[in-house]
Design a protein around this ligand. Structure first.
Ligand code: M6R
Length: 364
């Protein structure tokens, strides 16, 4: 049931404020200022590092979480693509927690990576959507993301729910390890509780994104740029666009622009820049200027402060609500998804069942 939407993907994008609210209700205590993990929980003082493994969009959720665990909790993190990890057979130091992220819980490479860690990692934890899946069953602890069934092949609400649960884990790790006070934890959690309101405001940009997407649908190549927490999201935005619109898209960390991809810039290639006004914003502005000086068309996704500082030479600016900096990947995922969605609709591709793709990749 598409609940009045044209596609499951549109329905699932629109559901995000609600399902993220549900994940928060599941993981936060009555007062909303304590994180409550199911089962026996996780002792983050008993581990020295985290090894995160996943595929596709779930891998980008892990890449995002690496910034959170390292910056908030001071916990070193390795992030691997499951198909690489399983055959590289990396050494797993003692006191490593292995963390697997999978919507379906049945991805063959992720499951094989999990089995490789059995008997090696101190603890095997998974973040899954399908509670009765193989990955959930074979983990010491399975954490649900509460997204509900995801039908569209392009993952949307599962991604933002994965991010929400991973951020809660990073905050819990930071608190247990004495890196943030109860007061700081409460501040982050209160910002998280107001996230659904900001997500609704982001959904309201759909009409504007639809107009921009009409133009984007005429391009053959699109570049996504982001720094820090926006870098994994740039990768996710590019993956979403190529999956459903079949437009070639790739993403780079903004700082890598002059190390190669700038050679591609001309007036035919739109560049999507995701950049809330944060400590790295000035650097991103100078990257944008490099693009525009070469005739590149920039679509900037930022907040009101960022808009005020950006050049008026930008092709499009999408203004997002301003929120706690750690939450920006969850919020900025929505315009990335909407951009891919409206571009695919403008091209007339099969949004929910893109060619050559399966919802769950249970074979190598
Ligand atoms: O079920 P999983 O989360 O393990 O699936 C991983 C990837 O196959 C999946 O995220 C894929 O990249 C999606 N099509 C992304 O939209």
């Amino acid at each position: 049931d598409k609940a009045g939407h044209k596609h499951f993907m549109a329905k699932e994008i629109a559901e995000q404020p609600r399902v993220i609210g549900e994940a928060l209700r599941f993981y936060l205590s009555g007062e909303g200022d304590t994180i409550r993990l199911p089962g026996e929980g996780i002792d983050f003082t008993a581990i020295d590092r985290l090894s995160m493994v996943a595929c596709g969009t779930a891998f980008y959720a892990c890449m995002t979480a690496k910034y959170w665990f390292e910056q908030l909790a001071g916990l070193p993190v390795d992030v691997d693509i499951a198909s690489e990890f399983r055959y590289r057979e990396p050494p797993i130091p003692a006191r490593t927690m292995a963390l697997f992220v999978s919507q379906s819980g049945e991805t063959a490479d992720t499951l094989a990576a999990l089995r490789y860690c059995e008997g090696k990692a101190a603890r095997i934890v998974s973040v899954v959507n399908v509670a009765e899946s193989s990955i959930a069953r074979e983990s010491d602890l399975a954490l649900p993301i509460m997204a509900g069934a995801e039908i569209g092949v392009a993952s949307t609400k599962a991604f933002t729910c994965q991010l929400t649960v991973l951020l809660l884990l990073a905050l819990e790790a930071a608190h247990q390890r004495g890196r943030i006070s109860q007061e700081e934890l409460s501040d982050h959690l209160s910002a998280l509780r107001s996230l659904p309101v900001a997500l609704n405001a982001a959904l309201d940009l759909s009409g504007k994104i639809k107009n921009a997407a009409r133009k984007l649908s005429e391009s053959t190549d699109v570049l996504f740029l982001g720094r820090g927490l926006m870098y994994p999201l740039a990768l996710e935005g590019a993956l979403k666009l190529k999956e459903i619109s079949y437009i070639h898209a790739e993403a780079y960390a903004s700082g890598e622009l002059k190390h190669g991809p700038i050679a591609l810039i001309d007036k035919t290639m739109p560049v999507v820049v995701m950049a809330p006004r944060d400590a790295l914003f000035d650097k991103t502005v100078s990257n944008m200027q490099e693009v525009m000086a070469r005739g590149g068309k920039v679509m900037l996704i930022t907040d009101a402060e960022g808009e005020a500082e950006a050049s008026d030479q930008t092709w499009q600016v999408l203004v997002m609500p301003r929120i706690d900096a750690v939450l920006t990947p969850i919020l900025y995922a929505l315009p990335a998804q909407l951009l891919a969605y409206h571009t695919a609709v403008a091209k007339g591709t099969d949004v929910d069942q893109p060619r050559n793709l399966a919802k769950s990749v249970t074979v190598e």
